[in-house]
Design a protein around this ligand. Structure first.
Ligand code: GLU
Length: 446
């Protein structure tokens, strides 16, 4: 590692203690950028990377709400406005008890590169709360969302910052948030994406992240002259991203054999398709946060407390959450013949896990490239809102497919140009960085 990069990483760690996920995300990107910073001393002297690791703004606030028993509850709300060099801040809101400032900073940092890769004009942001939706009634979720927006509304806007969903935030929550924003501002605008179809949402947005992951993986497989037809696929998670991915893999002739939740994983040797895919939506809507229900309903194997990386699969799609796949898991996947790992979640693989995949030269793509289809389709929703005209399903899906194919090509071309052919990690980090860095150079020291 160059002295410049190791000093930068040490500074980030010293300045942001207790934020290990943020350190991890910065470390991965900074290592990829070593060669760029060497070739372009102008980025070093303009302190571009030093600026990119410091959020433009962080908002942290109290979210008080009343539960169904009439007891007051207090959560913590956040919005990280990370970088606006190429467009308004854009990124999801996560409602999960694991949410901390460090988690959201890592997600916001990743989002900057991801949004840049989509080629749409979107800066990077992320937000959320440590609110736990598990077991909450609809009334509780609504009161929480209304209270959250009562503070957040003054910091966002259709040309300022456009939040969307992430873990724990789907169309229902976006609806409650949107309703409260509209009430407070007296404005009907495209301030949030992932909206309902009747009030400004885009067709294909719910499926977009999962479909995008599979479109990207399809391009990766093509590099080796292969396709999804006849492939066995291990998927983790059971939420929005996993759901879209399972549906698309099945359409392309692959067989998905696993899903996972915080309680363990299910193994379905016959493949998850038809009503089983439908049931994933029910599982998510139930707010029980468990996949054992799936195993019981369809009488398939359930492995409590385990992750799905020990099964035999040609392709792995980690679609659950950060750091769900470590070096040991990576080795197990390779031993079982896995040839392609395409991330649907944000940073699901630990740094040692990434190293295992890169050293083995298997097809491996980081989430910021392969899961960009969700935010890309949010960008398409913003375009439709600005035009005040909706596009057809075919139009949105076609654009999503084209964006994913372009990101895939950009990653490979960039990796090649910098002398690391086939390295999607470096390709994604460098290409994502260059567009934002050049915009920052153009805009002066801000
Ligand atoms: N939460 C998603 C992501 O991680 C989507 C964000 C958005 O649509 O703004 O990219």
């Amino acid at each position: 590692m160059s002295e410049y990069v190791s000093r930068l990483i040490a500074q980030v760690k010293a300045k942001n203690p207790s934020e290990p996920e943020f350190h991890q995300a910065v470390e991965e990107v900074a290592q990829s950028l070593e060669i760029v910073l060497e070739r372009h001393p102008e980025y070093r002297s303009a302190k571009i990377l030093e600026r990119m690791v410091e959020p433009e703004r962080v908002v942290m606030f109290r979210v008080p709400w009343m539960d169904d028993q009439g007891e007051a509850q207090i959560n913590r709300g956040f919005r990280i406005q990370m970088n606006s060099a190429i467009g308004p801040y854009k990124g999801g809101l996560r409602f999960h008890p694991s949410v901390t400032l460090g988690i959201l900073k890592f997600l916001a940092f990743e989002q900057v590169f991801k949004n840049s890769l989509t080629s749409l004009p979107m800066g990077g942001g992320k937000g959320g709360s440590d609110f736990d939706p598990k077991g909450k009634s609809e009334g509780e979720v609504m009161r929480f969302c209304q209270s959250f927006m009562t503070e957040l509304f003054r910091h966002i806007g259709p040309d300022t910052d456009v939040p969307a969903g992430d873990i724990g935030v789907g169309t229902r929550e976006i609806g409650f948030l949107f309703g409260q924003y509209k009430r407070l501002t007296r404005e009907f605008s495209g301030v949030l994406t992932g909206k309902g179809l009747n009030w400004g949402g885009s067709l294909v947005r719910p499926e977009a992240t999962g479909y995008g992951v599979v479109y990207f993986a399809e391009e990766m497989l093509k590099v080796k002259g292969q396709s999804f037809a006849g492939k066995t696929v291990a998927v983790s998670g059971f939420g929005n991203v996993a759901w879209g991915a399972v549906e698309k893999v099945t359409q392309l002739g692959g067989k998905v054999v696993t899903l996972s939740g915080p309680d363990g994983f299910v193994y379905d040797k016959d493949g998850i398709r038809g009503e089983k895919v439908q049931y994933m939506l029910e599982m998510r809507a139930s707010s029980r946060d468990r996949v054992q229900d799936f195993a019981e309903k369809f009488k398939v194997e359930f492995h409590p407390g385990k992750r799905p990386w020990s099964v035999k699969a040609d392709v792995a799609l980690p679609c659950a959450t950060q750091n769900e796949l470590n070096a040991e898991d990576a080795k197990m996947l390779l031993q079982n013949g896995c040839m392609c790992v395409c991330e649907g979640a944000n940073m699901p693989t630990t740094l040692d896990g990434v190293k295992v995949f890169l050293d083995a030269h298997v097809l491996y793509s980081p989430g910021k490239a392969s899961n960009a289809g969700g935010v890309a389709t949010s960008g398409l929703e913003m375009s439709q809102n600005s035009m005040r005209l909706p596009w057809s399903k075919e139009e949105v899906d076609h654009r999503l497919h084209e964006i994913m194919t372009n990101i895939h090509r950009t990653c490979l071309e960039t990796a090649e140009k910098f002398g690391m052919p086939g390295n999607y990690v470096n390709g994604a980090n460098i290409a994502g960085f260059l567009k934002v860095a050049d915009a920052m150079m153009d805009q002066g020291l801000v």
